[in-house]
Design a protein around this ligand. Structure first.
Ligand code: SF4
Length: 326
């Protein structure tokens, strides 16, 4: 039986943080044997919120290195840049005729981005972001898309576009389903709901122990636990939310120590530093290897782009045939 296909992608914003790992990468890695995966470096998508393209290539390479270091296997799944497969742009153009402006303006994710990033004039490309995303997914006929909750409305738009195309021209595309991750979000070091590079509140997958220690020192904890022996409330503490992920075997002990006042925040943060560092250590080591073998990284990208291109070409021909474009 054919494996179901997954299209998963990220905008290349350079080195990844532990929030990317917990919210997406970990899930991708666990799915790579069970499904047929295509991993997209969504470099065109960067332009929706930042017109400066100077660092897109380098950021793509940095992100690819983190994917590889974290455990994605390029022999199993192609990894490729959106901008190198011209069929993404062609399918996006066709799909843009199928999506109404009204529908795109109702998309809550774009509304949130406009609010969070204080964007005053939304570009045509930004509004149409989910249309390009639909092209990204459907070009490879993805059955499933691993996403965080905030991306679910986009997948709904993809499903609507697939349905509309199939009804209008004939069956070509599946209607993909979102595949939500179990541990979808890690809060930022400043207590913000989201770890985000633009907010400067991240721990990178490439941070060493000393850097993590410095960053965690400033992390917000329970404001009522002022002195070391004050009883604390782990449920309101950011550091505890990191412990839940990175200190699973000690979590009861940490919780009890915090509540009773036996554990102080300084020691608790040191424990957290140590556990995050141990978790990252093998990723850091692999990253070092790839940084020293950049030709290998570039070959992986070329191979992924060749493999993706073959699939994209077949789909676009099918689309053209159904539309009688020749
Ligand atoms: S002891 Fe740990 S869990 Fe409790 S408030 Fe301090 S940092 Fe948070």
């Amino acid at each position: 039986m054919n494996k179901k296909r997954i299209l998963s992608g990220m905008r290349p914003t350079g080195k990844l943080h532990i929030g990317h790992y917990v919210g997406a990468l970990e899930n991708w890695i666990s799915l790579q044997h069970e499904y047929d995966n295509f991993h997209l470096i969504a470099d065109y998508h960067v332009l929706t919120t930042n017109l400066n393209s100077d660092s897109i290539y380098q950021d793509s390479i940095e992100m690819l290195i983190d994917w590889l270091a974290a455990g994605l296997d390029p022999k199993i799944s192609p990894m490729f840049r959106q901008s190198q497969i011209k069929e993404h742009a062609e399918l996006h153009l066709i799909f843009s005729m199928l999506a109404t402006v009204n529908r795109l303006e109702r998309n809550p994710t774009v509304k949130d981005q406009i609010r969070d990033l204080h964007i005053e004039n939304v570009s045509y490309g930004h509004l149409g972001y989910p249309v390009l995303q639909a092209a990204d997914i459907l070009l490879y006929k993805g059955d499933l898309v691993p996403v965080g909750e905030d991306q679910v409305p986009h997948i709904e738009i993809t499903r609507e576009i697939a349905r509309k195309f199939n009804n209008q021209y004939g069956e070509v595309f599946p209607e993909p389903e979102p595949k939500l991750t179990a541990f979808a979000r890690l809060p930022g070091l400043d207590g913000d709901a989201k770890m985000s590079k633009s907010l400067g509140n991240t721990i990178l997958l490439s941070d060493d122990a000393e850097t993590i220690k410095t960053k965690l020192r400033k992390a917000v904890t329970d404001p009522l636990k002022v002195r070391k022996n004050d009883p604390g409330r782990p449920e309101v503490c950011l550091v505890f939310s990191y412990h839940k992920k990175f200190s699973p075997s000690e979590i009861l002990e940490i919780e009890t120590g915090c509540r009773s006042g036996a554990l102080g925040c300084v020691d608790c943060k040191l424990k957290c530093t140590s556990n995050i560092s141990s978790f990252i250590a093998p990723i850091l080591e692999k990253r070092k290897y790839y940084e020293e073998h950049l030709d290998e990284v570039k070959d992986i990208l070329t191979d992924g782009e060749n493999r993706a291109q073959k699939v994209a070409k077949i789909t676009i021909q099918e689309v053209r045939d159904k539309m009688r474009l020749g």
